[in-house]
Ligand binder design. Structure first.
Ligand code: FPP
Length: 318
């Protein structure tokens, strides 16, 4: 029934996935680089499935490594968060633990970005937003570190466009872009343009972003729009109107916020938009974070009961 290759763990996983499950064609996942380094087609169901089996379909998206596939197999793929927002924290601590300069932590953080973005796109998360550079970072970090982060961002954008295109990812930004160095702004505009035709996941980088400055900018925008459209006397302010003037107008509100390095703070990130988001904090430092950790966060999210201020079904409190 199952034509398997790979380790005994992958065979067990495959058997658990196929046990009672429907799969109309072959499915694939990669062995993690550390085990085989290759792609391995693992299984084909060779008999007709009965309707009961058809009801519990598990499809492992192509490109996941073995550990990711193990976690993904336990998820409800039909109710992924529509928007995941991540506060990437702990680059400095990761470097310090290794007696390395802080910039080594940021460099290692890029690998975590790459892996997390690809996994999110592969499993079909519609929107992922990464808090890469807060408005406060300018003021509170040495100029050498800020310059390094700017150069790292420029390099990331140049190197990453082919991978973003391969994964059908559209790149957008939120934050006060006009305050960033000119050459960074140009590279940002180029990368956004290069990926603008993609129709899969929207990857939004928060750069020189602060939630309070976003609200200030939104309110200014609302007043300016009203002034050039007959004055503010008839201006009716509503939640929908504010939504339309936020940097995030291209996105649904986040369903899930992830923060690495164990800190229990929102750090001025998407404060308006996360009103009903589930929050997941992991002890992993950002450079250690990988696609499988994203999947674990989604698994935790799927166990939560979201009430939006209402009551739970059995009549309990909110
Ligand atoms: C927080 O770690 C991280 C940042 C301020 C920068 C995030 C940048 C990256 C992950 C790399 C570049 C990203 C892109 C998209 C190219 P921290 O320095 O505050 O760590 P600490 O709290 O341990 O000191």
């Amino acid at each position: 029934m199952v034509a398997a290759c790979g380790s005994s763990t992958t065979r067990k996983l495959l058997q658990s996935v196929t046990k009672g499950a429907a799969q109309s064609g072959p499915f694939h996942f990669r062995e993690p680089a550390e085990s085989t380094g290759g792609t391995c087609e693992l299984g084909i169901l060779t008999r007709a499935l009965n309707p009961k089996e058809m009801a519990v379909s598990t499809h492992i998206p192509e490109g996941l490594d073995r550990k990711e596939a193990e976690v993904f197999a336990k998820l409800d793929a039909s109710s992924l968060p529509r928007h995941i927002a991540i506060i990437m924290d702990g680059n400095g601590r990761w470097a310090r633990k290794r007696h390395l300069p802080r910039i080594a932590g940021h460099r290692a953080g890029v690998k975590a970005v790459r892996n997390t973005v690809e996994t999110a796109a592969r499993i079909g998360v519609p929107a992922l937003t990464l808090y890469a550079f807060s408005a406060e970072n300018w003021k509170r970090r040495p100029k050498t570190e800020v310059d390094f982060l700017m150069n790292l961002l420029r390099k990331y954008l140049k190197d990453e466009v082919p991978t973003l295109n391969k994964n059908n990812i559209r790149l957008r930004y939120i934050g006060r872009k006009h305050e960033l160095p000119q050459e960074v702004q140009e590279r940002m505009a180029w990368a956004a343009e290069e990926t603008s035709e993609n129709t899969g996941m929207t990857l939004t980088l928060a750069l020189n972003y602060g939630a309070r400055t976003e609200l200030v900018d939104a309110f200014k925008d609302i007043v300016e729009a009203a002034m050039s459209n007959g004055g503010i006397e008839h201006l009716e302010i509503s939640e929908e109107l504010i939504d339309k003037h936020l940097y995030t107008k291209h996105l649904p509100d986040p369903d899930l916020v992830i923060r690495t390095s164990g800190e229990m703070r929102l750090s001025n990130f998407l404060l308006w938009q996360v009103a009903y988001a589930e929050i997941y904090v992991t002890e992993h430092l950002w450079p250690e974070f990988r696609g499988r950790h994203l999947l674990e966060a989604i698994a935790s999210y799927q166990k939560r009961e979201r009430r939006y201020g209402g009551l739970i079904d059995n009549g309990g409190g909110n």
